[in-house]
Design a binder for this molecule. Sequence first.
Ligand SMILES: *Cc1c(COP(=O)(O)O)cnc(C)c1O
Length: 648
Amino acid sequence: MSNTELHLKKKNWTVSDSTNLYGLNRWGEKYFSINNHGHINVSPKGSKDSGLDLLDLVNELESRNLTMPLLIRFDDILEDRLTQLHKAFANAINQYDYKGHYQGVFPIKCNQQRHVVEEVIACGHRWHFGLEAGSKAELLIALSLLKNSKALLICNGYKDQRYIETAILARQLNRQPIVVIEQLDEVERIIAASRELGAAPLIGVRAKLSSESSGRWGASIGEKAKFGLSIPEILESIEKLRSAQLLQDLRLLHFHVGSQINDIAILKDSLQEAGQIYIELNRLGAPMGYLDVGGGLGIDYDGSRTATEASTNYSLQNYANDVVATIKDCCESNSIKMPTLVSESGRAIASHFSVLIFNVLSKSEVPAEIPPAQNNESLIIRNLRETLKEIQEISTNEQIDSSRLQEAWNDAIKFKTDALNAFRLGYINLEERAIAEQLTWASAHSLNERLPHCSLIPEDLKELYATLAGTYYANLSIFRSAPDTWAIDQLFPIMPIHRLEEEPTQLGDFADLTCDSDGKLARFINNGQVKSLLELHRLKPNEKYLIGMFLGGAYQEVMGNLHNLFGSTHSVHVRMAPNGGYKLEHVVRGDTKSDVLQAMDHDPEIILERLRVASEEAIQKRTLKIKDAQRLMDHLESSLRQSTYLQE
Ligand SMILES: *Cc1c(COP(=O)(O)O)cnc(C)c1O
């Protein structure tokens, strides 16, 4: 057995060491913790006594034939996030004595799944929580699901005349759509549609703010932003609406700073700018009434509370306070009625409630065996053996001077490079090259055992860890289930969901099932920084190793694609039952191979028929027995009905 133990950690590992290591106490909020069994505990209602053992839950789901990877949605968490958002605004309104209220909407693009949108609407009903649509298809979802006549339906995105006419007519269905002007030419279309129908929509206008944003999504703001009107364009729109006698329908000012605002200072600047624009619109004769601060309320993915990309330097309450206080000041000093505050927070509502669980199929190991010496070994190999011997002779009974280890490692690397060059030139054969690599690895293992005996480990030697790290093969497609980790290097908390009472002695990253070399998870949260290797456990024979990816409820599975034809995973909606325990509210089966083939216009029946013909021919030619042909056809047929992922 190879030995890649880290030899770094303390003796008596406890679950609280795991809590610290994986940062659960920082990003887990009140929903995720570790129980005494060393398993993740989920408290969907936010109190520990109503918790669920995540491993038990997964086992029970697996016994229902819900195979890995598996997306578990805790609808109670979704509800709690909505409650927290409304509480934060209620607190702020109370504290600052704001003369108005808050009425939010959920941006559908954040997670368009029917059960998710339905859940948001059902839970949000008590606050008249509405929806935001950014396309015609999303408008259809919103119109059909949002029945509360007091809830807002904010219509964003590019709009043709039919989109606008639909919104106007929907008012007569007792819905409250507000058509937000995002492009100058939409004004003409609103005017034309209103003339055509003899009725007007409620109108909003989206301002392009000039406050500078930063961070990954920062390009959504500033003068070059894709959406919104510049100040001259806003003025032009006002005059057009005025002459079409539609100015009395202009009710809302909208801005959107971009998703995941990391730094609260950016929000403050934008709020001040937007507050002034709101006042000017009012002065120019628009009745107004709503100020929509868009999305952008961030999530602290790594729990570091910093203005770095995976974090935010503010809390939900700080956010609500700033919105309320800034707009209040603005209106008060201009003696203007305070608007109803609207936000379009998607990420902040939908991130926490879903957990993606995947299993590890196997792990690549860096072998530690030392190949026995042969006669007449080449100089390069003898050099490597010598280096290994020197390392082994460094006693671990006393403090080690790290420069000795550093020197040995430099030698090993040099000789390994020599071996590769010699192989290229034909001076050593394949077997000798293999011995050279094994000796280098053995040296790395030997050095690794000695590192803990150094008082200080130099940065350069930390590369040893990377050399010894393993790749954990994950039953997962990141392109399907975590696309932002690939597309924009987003970080999510990722960690084992069990064995947390046990010290993780391995370092590794994850490779997914796709044939794409980008298909990997190799960036992990690290309290405001990023690390490329995660502390993991050694795999045990015949025991599964389950990993959770957390905080991915917003934008992940809905933006995932069919790369390599890996389809959607199974997903389930879990609700806590009043008498303890849980209830599966919905089970949504993942794509079968038949589904993904059809998505690319292949016909599974024709595929089967072609293979049947091919096997008949093979039977004729006696290259395939009838029995084996039948077995092959059985595999093919059942495969089409099964998930696209590997089965254990
Ligand atoms: C994407 C988007 C949102 C949601 O942003 P979050 O950061 O998820 O809250 C809100 N409004 C508009 C206009 C958007 O484009």
